[in-house]
Design a protein around this ligand. Structure first.
Ligand code: ADP
Ligand code: MG
Length: 698
């Protein structure tokens, strides 16, 4: 058998992987052998610990061994499907349920023996496991060497249709066997010794097929360390290369900022004034600004960004503001236009759907220096956008972009001086995570909301009580207020989710609000259509907006006072917080109704109850992190940024500090990463994290 395998080898070259299986693996994001080895187990079955089903207690994490009794599926009211499989042993029956996972029915034929693991929940008096991890015991027990599936700690992998647990486990085993010591090391040896970390080959072996709980622990620690260390090195590199950049010096303030502030119907909050002082000091300093502005939903970041932009503009320079979505970019365009017009500042908006002719016109104006402030989506940062006098780039809702886009700030062509960059985020980030994701930035925090805001009353309502919710919305709309009705749309079930939102829109328009204006907004609409709907909603011409998460970030319509969220359990807490932040923006009292299915599991119930009881974004973000890990909470994973696979900077606080110190030490001794230790790290970055995070500062 050929053993010339290296980490970049495509999985097809492994024994037993044909084109069909390779495609199935592709759905799990596995293309190379390296991908396969970092497809880490989600958990482990302790095969000696299966419990009698009759002894299962709600709330417990448990593994059971049972026989499939029945397997079936039903439609949910919202157009999804629910798969239910009953498992029995001599002592009782437990139900396994999945949402929209049709492929499980093909596997769970009655009579098969199954090992299933998950949290026990109680539903209508029955015990169930929601989305359990599982293994079909009679399935190809011949996969892999003897004992592979029956050791003490057996790895359990995330699966997809066409990829079974046994088969995948044997495949990982094969890859480890054949690659073995050929796995390149990613951490310098001295560092490993000092921090008592096992080598990479040993750690991967230990994570996939641990000989003991202690071996697993050590392997896990090592691999977490590696992930955080890589980020810390990249951050340190960026910080260093920035320190060398001279920034555009802005030292002759005009009167635009003063005139703006004087014309506002309210006073800036103390926190807004404080962060502005920090920002303006950067702009005056002569060094390039790279600052993160953090402030909870509704804290008034847009205005801070505008003042910073005007400070630049009043000195003869240009600024741009980037938003993560078209809806948000256009809203910023409208808001800022209103504020800029009286000051004689010219502003244009550019998004992916701006017609070509208009785009050319705007670009010409920008290029000629006639446009002071350019607002848009990241279509803006395409290479053909040349702003000759650009001095400041503001990136709004930074966490929705990939990391790659964040630091794109070119230099001024004539002087070679760097453009100032201000990134803004509504996600309150614990310090250990901030050091990880934004370790290369300075930090300003708006820790105060404008006065007069009322907390949003939030309640879980069972779907069979929804009439009360609609009655409340009708009253509110009759009083001249507006409402959002939110549907989750997630990638895997996008088609069905959109159908549900569309059906809901039709039903509400026909049966519930026949005399009101109800509109639908989702990501598949064209930019122009989205714009029309958002315009109409912002202008009060629409009463009820049925929407997907396109309104999640930044949308600001203070007259909207109600939000109904369908299937809220499918959102993370940080995302729910963003959504709820769309209401409670004016002086009127607002309410958020979470419509939940009566089959809602215990974990989801607790999470949503926590959400209902907490208005503070910081508390919610911590809870989200604790429950889900940072990748999901910040949406970084699906955006191709450094989605940590194992690390959780909140849990691994101490490692973050260690890694930061180690990274700084390494770079102090070897700034070019050219010595023996540096080269180990450099090639690791290029092979792995380098793909997601550019080594250069672009
Ligand atoms: P976010 O920080 O979530 O981006 P926005 O910038 O959208 O918040 O501001 C939310 C709302 O608060 C806007 O309607 C804005 O006009 C208003 N606002 C901003 N600053 C103040 C202030 N100092 N006093 C009162 N309202 C303010
Ligand atoms: Mg905002």
């Amino acid at each position: 058998m050929a053993t010339n395998l290296d980490p970049t080898t495509a999985v097809q070259y492994l024994k037993g992987v044909g084109p069909v299986r390779a495609r199935a693996l592709g759905r799990l994001g596995i293309e190379s052998v390296a991908d396969l080895l970092t497809h880490y187990p989600r958990r482990y079955f302790d095969r000696t610990s299966a419990l009698p089903i009759g002894r299962l207690r709600p709330g417990q994490e448990a593994t059971v061994l049972g026989e499939v009794l029945t397997a079936g599926e039903r439609r949910t009211r919202r157009g999804g499907t629910l798969q239910t499989v009953s498992l029995g042993d001599d002592t009782g029956v437990v139900f396994c349920v999945w949402f929209n996972q049709r492929f499980v029915l093909k596997q769970f034929r009655p009579g098969r023996r199954v090992l299933a693991s998950g949290q026990v929940q109680l539903h209508g008096g029955q015990r169930q496991l929601a989305h359990p991890d599982y293994e079909l015991l009679d399935e190809q027990d011949q996969d892999g060497p003897a004992g592979l599936h029956t050791g003490r700690l057996v790895p359990v992998y995330p699966l997809t249709s066409g990829v079974g647990q046994h088969w995948l486990r044997a495949l990982v085993h094969q890859a480890l066997e054949r690659l073995g010591p050929g796995l390149p090391e990613t951490l310098p040896e001295g560092l490993r010794r000092r921090r008592r970390l096992p080598g990479r080959a040993e750690a991967l072996q230990g994570l996939h097929f641990p000989a003991s709980a202690a071996a697993l622990e050590a392997a896990h620690r090592r691999l977490v360390y590696e992930e955080i260390f890589a980020i810390q090195v990249l951050m340190a590199l960026r910080r260093e290369s920035r320190r060398q950049l001279e920034g555009i010096r802005l030292e002759k303030p005009g009167d635009l900022t003063r005139r703006l502030v004087k014309g506002l119907p309210f006073a800036l909050t103390g926190a807004q004034r404080r962060v502005l002082a920090e920002i303006l000091a950067d702009l005056r300093s002569g060094a390039a600004m790279h600052r993160l502005l953090q402030g909870d939903v509704g804290s008034g970041k847009t205005l801070v960004a505008l003042v910073a932009a005007l400070f630049v503009i009043e000195q003869g320079w240009q600024a741009m503001l980037m938003a993560p979505t078209e809806v948000l970019a256009r809203q910023h365009g409208r808001t800022l236009q209103r504020l800029c017009d009286p000051l004689g500042v010219t502003i244009e908006t550019l998004t992916g759907s701006t017609p070509a002719a208009q785009r050319r016109k705007v670009l010409a104006g920008v290029g000629a220096g006639e446009i002071d402030l350019l607002v848009g989506t990241h279509a803006l940062i395409q290479d053909d956008v040349a702003m000759p006098r650009l001095a400041l780039t503001v990136v709004d809702e930074q966490h929705r972009f990939g990391v790659r886009q964040r630091s794109r700030g070119a230099a001024d062509k004539e002087t070679g001086r760097a453009v100032h960059v201000l990134v803004m985020s509504a996600t309150p980030i614990p310090r250990s995570l901030a050091l990880t994701l934004y370790g290369d930035l300075d930090l300003s925090v708006i820790d105060e909301l404008p006065p007069g805001r009322q907390p949003v009353r939030t309640e879980l309502i069972r779907e069979d009580q929804e009439d009360a919710v609609w009655a409340d919305l009708r009253r509110e709309v009759a009083a001249g207020r507006q409402a959002y009705v939110i549907h989750p749309v997630i990638e895997e079930t996008e088609g069905q989710d959109l159908k549900a939102a569309t059906a809901e829109h039709a039903r509400l328009a026909r049966d519930v609000f026949p005399d009101r204006r109800v509109a639908l907004l989702h990501g598949r609409l064209k930019g122009r259509e989205k714009d029309e709907v958002m315009d109409a909603f912002a202008g009060g011409a629409i009463d009820v907006l049925v929407a997907t998460t396109v309104v999640e970030v930044g949308v600001d319509v203070p007259n909207a006072t109600r939000m109904v969220i369908h299937n809220p359990e499918r959102f993370g807490l940080a995302q729910l917080h963003q959504l709820r932040g769309r209401i409670g923006r004016g002086a009127a009292s607002s309410a958020c109704w979470l419509l939940v299915d009566r089959f809602l599991g215990e974990e989801a119930w607790q999470r949503l109850t926590f959400f209902a009881g907490h208005a503070d974004g910081f508390a919610l973000a911590e809870e989200d992190l604790r429950r889900r890990g940072p990748g999901d909470a910040w949406g970084v994973r699906q955006h191709g940024a450094p989605g940590f696979r194992l690390a959780n900077p909140l849990r691994d606080k101490d490692l973050v500090q260690d890694c930061r110190a180690d990274a700084q030490e390494l770079l102090a001794a070897d700034p070019q990463l050219a010595g023996p230790d540096g080269l180990v790290v450099r090639s690791a970055l290029q092979a792995g994290f380098g793909r997601a995070l550019p080594l250069s500062t672009g």
